[in-house]
Design a protein around this ligand. Structure first.
Ligand code: PRP
Length: 183
């Protein structure tokens, strides 16, 4: 595509790491059932691929949380756009995210979910961008550490497009005005 500056993570590399993470998760949750909690919309591709390789029972639920407007920078404004459908009380919750940037989204979410009394909460993110972290987040599973660049694909969007790209790429800089994270 002519919007691609360069590919950062190929489909093969992503899929291999997803399988490794799923094996780690399956081992850690041996004998348990996991409530996989997907953060919309970016976490969707990761959730579907990860869950295919998890060998313990899992349920899916979805929450919409937005910390960004239609821009390339965090607004710091976090709000629930769609709540969970199932109770998580007494459940082992594994939050599945595409990327952690400032950490504001997860900081808010963890506080919110903790008040619902789950048995446990852990975090699994495909990408961890620590350069802009403004709150400390306990991340249990990380696919890849990534630098402070505008990444698109495999769930990450540019103006709501290109989430379906099976690889992760850096957008051509002339296509956006600055910032580092997909909106
Ligand atoms: C992105 C990403 C995370 C959040 C991370 O979501 O999917 O949820 O930002 O940023 P933070 O650590 O700075 O809070 P976004 O709000 O862009 O929504 P989307 O998943 O629908 O693209």
């Amino acid at each position: 595509m002519d919007i691609v500056d360069r590919i950062v993570l190929t489909e093969d590399v992503i899929q291999a790491r997803v399988k490794e993470l799923a094996a780690e998760v399956s081992h850690d949750y041996s004998g348990e059932t996991i409530s996989l909690l997907c953060i919309l919309k970016g976490g969707l591709m990761f959730l579907t691929d990860l869950s295919k390789h998890i060998t313990v029972p899992v349920s899916f639920d979805f929450i919409g949380i937005s910390s960004y407007g239609d821009s390339t920078r965090s607004s710091g404004v976090v709000r629930i756009t769609k709540d969970l459908e199932e109770s998580i009380e007494g459940r082992h919750v594994l939050i599945v995210e595409d990327i952690i940037d400032t950490g504001l989204t997860l900081s808010y979410l963890i506080k919110n979910l903790t008040s619902r009394h789950p048995a446990s909460i852990r975090i699994c993110t495909l990408l961890d961008k620590t350069a802009n972290r403004s709150v400390d987040i306990p991340v249990n599973y990380v696919g890849f550490q990534v630098p402070d660049e505008f990444l698109v694909g495999y769930g990450l969007d540019f103006r709501e497009l290109f989430r379906n790209t099976p690889y992760i790429f850096v957008l051509k800089p002339e296509l956006y005005s600055g910032g580092s994270n997909p909106a």
